[in-house]
Ligand binder design. Structure first.
Ligand SMILES: Cc1ncc(COP(=O)(O)O)c(C=O)c1O
Length: 388
């Protein structure tokens, strides 16, 4: 079988060779429980704390502001539920956006069921949220603002420092879901001013099922998960040492190469965009200027994105319809609906997300295959409509 072209790096990435190498000793030789007093345990504990230092340094944070979690979803849950609990005496109002990941949106739905009021800001047609919009939504009783740093469906980058400044003027805490941003764009917590930030290792070539929450001191986040009191009592459960070591190694490597990688990958992205929009009925989605370096997202008229994903898969290309969903349902991406696309248009979504392994040849392969795949899916639709 010919080599597959994997362009779904926003969904997940392969573990880098450096991350894998760093992880391996902690499965067997240095397998101790970091809470144990003997040397096996202390060896693991040392690796854990060194990883925390690496991640803190990468984000411009202090070591004791980094807490390991089981990934982005847990970090988002913890940030929202924890910040609300911490500040519930101030009020019961949260501001977020319609373009957040379900890890945030579903959590907010549950907060609503628990009596919280939630205002979800609507993006403009490019997926942007402005500081003025946020200012208009803030109230005396707003406790938390949660706005993502980079959108996972259309790649639009949000102005986090400005949004955060607005939230702080309104005396609300600010959380950013930076799962798609960390390892992809420069991000220093002190420059942005955020109080809480979620990240996930498998988006930057670390392993799956591991992430972290940054919580700015002197915030003391109430725990979401209780038990043996690990992570200074904030997040119980025996630490996933090998995954944590892998996350730190992956982030360090990614940031070392960030400038060169961004230059290379955004050139590939721009070539892809310039050619794909020449296909009849194909349109770029998201902000053409301020977008993730590797993300090229489109809508195609007269087809279902999911059908196109399957047609591309049969030709060896792994892309996404932008609504990667564990249930496999083919709802139109909620992000595009919020941006004002009609359900019909939004259902024609396709996302290519490039990673460090992608080459010019990959892009040329996609460009050679995509027009035919689009035409085939549309022809099949015409046939079905004709016979139906
Ligand atoms: C923006 C965003 N937030 C949160 C998550 C969830 O992260 P995890 O898969 O680590 O739970 C994702 C994953 O796709 C994401 O893209």
């Amino acid at each position: 079988m010919a080599k597959r072209v994997y362009v779904d790096n926003s969904a997940t990435t392969p573990v880098s060779a450096a991350a894998l190498k760093a992880m391996l000793p902690y499965f067997t030789g240095a397998f101790g429980n970091p809470s144990a007093a003997y040397s096996y345990g202390q060896e693991a504990k040392k690796a854990l704390e060194e990883s925390r230092r690496v991640i803190a340094r990468a984000l411009g944070a202090k070591n004791n502001e980094i807490f390991f979690t089981s990934g982005g979803t847990e970090a988002d849950n913890w940030a929202i539920r924890g910040a609300c609990k911490l500040n519930e005496k101030k009020g019961r109002h949260i501001v977020s956006t319609l373009i957040e990941h379900s890890a945030v949106l579903r959590t907010l739905e549950i907060m609503k069921e628990q009596g919280w009021e939630v205002t979800l800001l609507k993006p403009d047609p490019l997926g942007r949220i402005s500081p003025e919009q946020l200012r208009g939504a803030l109230r005396e009783d707003t406790v938390l603002v949660s706005i993502m740093a980079a959108n996972n469906v259309v790649g639009t980058l949000l102005p986090i420092p400005e949004l955060c400044a607005e939230a702080h003027r309104g005396k609300a805490l600010f959380h950013t879901d930076a799962v798609q941003a960390v390892g992809h764009i420069p991000l220093a917590v002190r420059d942005t001013g955020v109080d809480l930030l979620s990240l996930s290792a498998h988006k930057f070539r670390g392993p799956k099922g591991i992430g972290a929450l940054f919580a700015r001191l002197p915030l003391i986040m109430p725990p979401l998960i209780t038990g043996g009191g690990q992570e200074k009592g904030r997040r119980s459960g025996t630490e996933n040492v090998s995954a944590i070591v892998g996350m730190a190694a992956a982030l360090e490597e990614t940031l070392q190469n960030l400038e060169e990688h961004t230059r290379r990958i955004s050139a590939l992205r721009d070539r892809l965009i310039a050619e794909v929009v020449k296909i009849p009925g194909a349109y770029l989605t998201g902000d053409p200027g301020k977008r993730l370096p590797g993300l090229a997202s489109f809508v195609f008229e007269n087809l279902e994105g999911q059908d196109l994903v399957m047609a591309l898969d049969r030709r060896g290309i792994c892309a996404s319809s932008g609504s990667a969903c564990s249930t496999g349902s083919i709802d139109a991406p909620h992000v595009l609906l919020a941006m004002g696309y009609t359900p019909d248009r939004a259902r024609g979504a396709l996302r290519f997300s490039l990673g460090p392994d992608n080459t010019e040849t990959d892009v040329e392969t996609i460009l050679a295959i995509l027009p035919g795949a689009v035409e085939q899916v549309r022809a099949k639709n015409r046939l079905n409509r004709g016979s139906g």
